[in-house]
Design a protein around this ligand. Structure first.
Ligand code: ADP
Length: 200
């Protein structure tokens, strides 16, 4: 079974993803793939360098992320151009990997961990979506604590994403991560037992 895993920033996606890995799932992480597709030798890196200038490449051929960040941070058109290169490359690499896992063992749970899954309209790529939910207030608290952010900055980051209540509505399965880690683990186990282990 191929599912998407999503939620809001700091709602607990990585936490739940690790629990699923412990149970035997294969997880393909969109953030990790996003870093991978701009490594030296990758076509997306070449496309970025020809669009934004070879000066974005460091001596060893790797991408100068902060220089690129500085360009797209204040220029919405540049950001759109960058995403037109990176998003399809990320999606393609993820789908290749997901389907390779699924072919290796059709019974295994293969998970695409995609923070902006709904925002980027990727629901159709998965058999169902597992949403890791906490109320926005707790999301802000955990984000402040994890990233050492001010409340204002955490609120701003949260507000850039689709409302977590809306994500909860759109999910096929919900893990409520507002309690203890043990509580979350129980829900993950229940999901596993009802959706994965019981499958013919
Ligand atoms: P995401 O991957 O969605 O950004 P994380 O899994 O990194 O979220 O969780 C955000 C932060 O909250 C982390 O610092 C994590 O350790 C903490 N956290 C996650 N789940 C819980 C929980 N049930 N109770 C307390 N803290 C939690």
């Amino acid at each position: 079974m191929i599912i998407g895993l999503t939620g809001g920033i700091a709602s607990g996606k990585s936490t739940v993803s690790e629990m699923l890995i412990d149970l035997g799932a294969k997880v393909v992480d969109a953030d990790a793939v996003a870093r991978e597709i701009v490594l030296p030798g990758e076509p997306a890196l070449e496309a970025i360098a020809s669009l934004f200038g070879q000066a974005l490449l460091q001596e060893d051929g790797s991408l100068n992320r902060s220089a690129l960040g500085a360009i797209v941070f204040k220029d919405a058109n540049a950001l759109r151009d960058l995403e037109a290169i990176t998003h399809p490359a990320i999606r393609k690499r993820m789908q290749e990997r997901i389907h390779r896992y699924a072919e290796q063992d059709p019974k295994q749970l293969v998970v695409g961990d995609v923070p902006l899954l709904f925002e980027t309209k990727q629901e159709h790529l998965y058999e169902g979506i597992l949403v890791v939910y906490v109320p926005a207030k707790l999301q802000i608290e955990r984000l402040m604590k994890r990233n050492g952010m001010t409340q204002e900055e955490a609120k701003r980051r949260v507000s850039l994403q689709l409302d977590i209540e809306e994500k909860r509505k759109r999910g096929n399965w919900i893990i409520d991560n507002s309690g203890s880690l043990d509580d979350t683990k129980k829900q993950v186990l229940q999901f596993w037992e009802s959706q994965v282990r019981e499958r013919p």
